[in-house]
Design a protein around this ligand. Structure first.
Ligand code: DQA
Length: 148
């Protein structure tokens, strides 16, 4: 079974970008930890970061016909703007968890709305980069429960 971890715009700058909000860990650090966690559970994990909406959409679409069982996504600012990413998830019909490092409800009002949350299996925010780990934990459990 394969788990896909997507990160949207500006998340390539983790560790550098507003560290008081997003912490010190880089995306490479995060992905390396997730790889170990997936490997220990005997699952394959693929990671992709893009600043481009269409790259994320095309990867979500590809999940229609590959072996992706579950998607974890931090959509970054596309969370608050992208009907197109929502539509891609609706088309792919794969369970996904939406992750935000920061507590989007404690920030600017425009971050409170997500185009994805109501069609997500779950949403994690405000737990820092631990949110990815928690999402992967649930993804592994979900795949084990529902069968590969
Ligand atoms: C974010 C929150 C978004 O509002 C923001 O645009 C991001 C990161 C987070 O992880 O907290 O880029 O998704």
């Amino acid at each position: 079974a394969s788990i896909l971890v997507l990160n949207g715009p500006n998340l390539n700058l983790l560790g550098v970008r507003e560290p008081h909000i997003y912490g010190q860990a880089t995306l490479a650090d995060i992905n390396q930890k997730l790889q170990q966690q997936a490997q220990a559970a005997g699952m394959t994990l693929e990671t992709l970061q893009s600043n481009a909406e269409h790259i994320l959409i095309e990867r979500i679409q590809a999940a229609l016909s590959d072996d992706t069982r579950f998607i974890i996504i931090n959509p970054g600012a596309f969370t608050h703007t992208s009907v197109a990413i929502r539509d891609a998830f609706a088309a792919a019909a794969k369970p996904f968890i939406e992750v935000h490092i920061s507590n989007v409800h404690a920030r600017e009002a425009f971050r409170r709305h997500s185009y994805l949350s109501d069609i997500a299996l779950g949403v994690i925010c405000g737990l820092g980069v631990y949110g990815y780990e928690a999402a992967l934990h649930r993804a592994i459990e979900y795949i084990q429960e529902t069968g590969r």
